[in-house]
Ligand binder design. Structure first.
Ligand code: DC
Length: 237
């Protein structure tokens, strides 16, 4: 068992750390590592939107059927299961969807699912109740602005589009797929635009978030920076 680096366990009020930011900045890797260091629960809100997209695909609910999508989200039973090796599984309606929600097909559908107001309402409610009784690290796009506006620590993790694209390229290569850097940069710019300009919960830093640019930082350095912010009790004033 990892020894927490900062002793929060005696705190009665749940401690909430939110990490928001654009695609490819490394939020989930950083959030997972910070949660492990602190012995906090990690909540991957993007995975929950992906699970609803997977349900829609499985039940043939089309992207223009907003009330059908909202109903699917409201009825979904989405759970996270942590195993001792640190791998987190996502279980949707009793099915392990951990790998299926990362498929290119679901990646294409999920932005539309995430822009439906009724879906967001249902998932935000679930996300708030998941965070209610634990110390958590939550990553997403609206964790610090909408889901946990009273979080004690809010980080907005960002990097240049070129650097985020280079990191995404490495993942694509690892998965045995190929795409040119120009294509990845173009897709990322489109996704940034969609995330920043949608009417429901657009991607913007919370007013009291600390902006952390990790363009020139390694994963370990980024995690160390986040821990430093938490340890210093640092909040934007
Ligand atoms: O972080 P990710 O790629 O797994 O997110 C999947 C999608 O869900 C992406 O289109 C952004 C969206 N999302 C969101 O709108 N709000 C969140 N809190 C998390 C993700």
């Amino acid at each position: 068992m990892l020894q927490p680096e900062i002793e929060f366990l005696k705190e009665e009020t749940p401690i909430q750390i939110t990490i928001d930011g654009p695609a490819g900045a490394g939020k989930s890797t950083v959030a997972k590592a910070v949660a492990a260091k602190l012995n906090f629960v990690y909540i991957d809100t993007g995975a929950m939107y992906r699970a609803v997209a997977w349900l829609a695909d499985r039940h043939d609910v089309t992207m223009d059927d907003h009330s059908g999508l909202a109903k699917l989200a409201a009825k979904a039973d989405i759970r996270f299961e942590n195993n001792p090796s640190g791998v987190q599984k996502i279980i949707c309606n009793h099915i392990d969807v951990t790998d299926m929600i990362r498929s290119p097909r679901i990646s294409r559908l999920v932005a539309e699912v995430a822009s439906v107001a009724g879906v967001r309402q249902a998932l935000v409610k679930m996300q708030q109740s998941l965070a209610a009784d634990h110390h958590v690290v939550m990553d997403g796009r609206d964790a610090g602005t909408v889901i946990l506006p009273k979080a004690q620590y809010k980080i907005f993790l960002t990097a240049t589009v070129e650097e985020r694209a280079r990191r995404r390229m490495a993942q694509i290569k690892d998965q045995g797929q190929s795409q040119s850097l120009d294509e990845v940069i173009r897709d990322m710019k489109i996704r940034d635009y969609q995330d920043e300009h949608r009417s429901n919960s657009p991607l913007i830093p919370a007013e009291d978030a600390i902006i952390l640019d990790c363009t020139n930082l390694s994963l370990d350095e980024t995690v160390a920076e986040v821990l430093k912010i938490v340890q210093a009790g640092k909040k934007k004033t």
